[in-house]
Design a protein around this ligand. Structure first.
Ligand code: 6PG
Length: 472
């Protein structure tokens, strides 16, 4: 009998099946198109991989309670597959949705499956194809007893952090797992855009060629910026187009696509009222990039600043500091959203554990995550990551470079939306006074929305007119 079944043999599904098999678990696999299963079984024969060609056969081969991992495209396909397998399942069986499903869809499906008594775990899986094969970061949520039943397999296949701990932990009921994966992806968007902005300003203002930039990212990846995304950026910048010999990155059309998880993070953050401007700016930067034709036209019509000095010898250092600070802010905002979501949605994860399972296997893995884990382990109620001693000092040491890098970008007309939004977030958060007093006054002026005062308690309304104050 197989320990687990897997439906959906896309690259992620195939690699997860191979990972599971190599860890000593029997896995029965199924794909809608028979040919795909046959090809997979031919290319990757393994005694622990059992190809099946009908859903009832797949289900019949599973140990009870049945554990069935769905690796199908998020959205309607998940509902369709659940509808097909549901009649074949018994109370206590466990469905595992390993796609990037919206957490609210996961919670709806959990309610729909409650009547037949089938458990649904929503599991964020990060690390791309390579991670799926060699060890992903797994973010599971749903009924805890269902998690217990899959934990041995998950712990065996997950990536391992430097301290040997597997990058998986139970994150809470409902859609907690998919929620954490959604926020992971929001942070992913911000980190990617921050790196792109550093690359852009160094290229446009600093005049650095891709090879030089690659060397720089390689160097950065050996120190505090060490992370998967910085590492792959160096690889990308080193890659040449075999046909033209030019850096391949220069031949890639500057129109970024997205599948929606970053946007969901921003939408959800708006719903719970948590500011995540680094993430939202990154989502919007992708929207702006998509306006390629408009931008090409506007480039001829809207002037930029007059050329000026190149930012001096220290631009590279400033950009490195700006990138580090922006990355810290991206994690800080994601963590702040996760904190708010825990009370909003009843999730039970500890932020230190979330940071711990992001230390390896996933796309946003970075040396920084050990510091983030440490910060929340030391102070679980920490309201914002930027306040933890390590990060407070790190930001203080880099804020001048952060400002200078951004100023250079602004003065040369190089857009750096995530860097700018992150610095504005930092400056807003550290402002004991914000101009919200004027906002309140404006609201009261045109709509009698009332305001509070700094010198006495109560609610006030004024007919705002120079020198005439009246209290309601
Ligand atoms: C991961 C990634 C992955 C995501 C891609 C593409 O953690 O392995 O987050 O799940 O699908 O990064 O996302 P976009 O198409 O939205 O850029």
């Amino acid at each position: 009998m197989a320990s687990i079944g897997l439906i959906g043999l896309g690259v992620m599904g195939q690699n997860l099946a191979r990972n599971i098999a190599r860890r000593g678990f029997q896995v029965a696999v199924y794909n809608r198109t028979r040919a795909k299963t046959e090809t997979f079984a031919r290319h990757h024969p393994h005694p622990n991989i059992i190809p099946t060609y009908a859903l009832d056969d797949l289900v019949a081969r599973l140990e009870r309670p049945r554990r069935l991992l769905l690796m199908v495209k998020a959205g309607a396909a998940v509902d369709a597959v659940i509808a097909q397998v549901r009649p074949l399942l018994e109370p206590g069986d466990i469905l595992i949705d390993g796609g990037n499903s919206h957490f609210a869809d996961t919670e709806r499906r959990q309610r729909e499956l409650a009547a037949p008594g089938v458990h649904l775990l929503g599991v964020g899986i990060s690390g791309g194809e390579e991670g799926a094969l060699r060890g992903p970061s797994l973010m599971p949520g749903g009924p805890e007893e269902a998690y217990e039943a899959v934990a041995p397999i998950f712990e065996a296949i997950a990536a391992r952090a430097g301290d040997g701990r597997p990058c998986v932990t139970y994150l809470g009921p409902g859609g907690a797992g998919h929620y954490v994966k959604m926020v992971h992806n929001g942070i992913e968007y911000a980190l990617m855009q921050a790196i792109a902005e550093g690359y852009d300003v160094l290229r446009q203002v600093g005049g650095l060629a891709p090879d030089h930039l690659a060397a720089l990212f390689e160097e950065w990846n050996r120190a505090e910026l060490a992370s998967f995304l910085v590492e792959i950026t160096a690889h990308i910048l080193r890659t040449r187009d075999p046909e033209t010999g030019r850096p391949l990155v220069d031949l890639v059309l500057d129109r970024a696509r997205q599948k929606g998880t970053g946007k969901w993070t921003s939408q959800e953050a708006l719903d719970v009222g948590v500011p995540v401007p680094a993430i939202t700016s990154a989502v919007e930067a992708r929207f702006l990039s998509a306006l390629k034709e408009e931008r090409v036209r506007a480039a001829k019509l809207l002037p930029g600043p007059a050329p000026e000095a190149k930012g001096g010898m220290h631009l590279i250092e400033h950009v490195r500091e700006a990138l580090f600070a922006t990355m810290v802010v991206a994690y800080a905002q994601g963590m702040a959203l996760l904190r708010a979501a825990a009370s909003e949605h009843g999730y039970t994860y500890r932020l230190a554990d979330v940071a711990a399972i992001w230390r390896a296997g996933c796309i946003i893995r970075a040396a920084l995550l050990e510091e983030i884990r440490h910060a929340f382990a030391e102070e679980p109620e920490l309201p914002n990551l930027m306040l933890a001693p390590f990060f407070r000092h790190a930001l203080a040491a880099r804020q001048q470079g952060w400002r200078t890098a951004l100023t250079v970008g602004v003065n040369h007309g190089v857009p750096m939306p995530v860097t700018a939004a992150s610095l504005a977030y930092y400056d807003s958060y550290r402002s004991a006074h914000l101009p919200a007093n004027l906002i309140q006054a404006q609201r009261d002026y045109f709509g009698a929305h009332t305001y509070e005062r700094v010198d006495r308690p109560g609610t006030f309304h004024t007919v705002w007119h120079p020198n005439t104050a009246s209290q309601a």
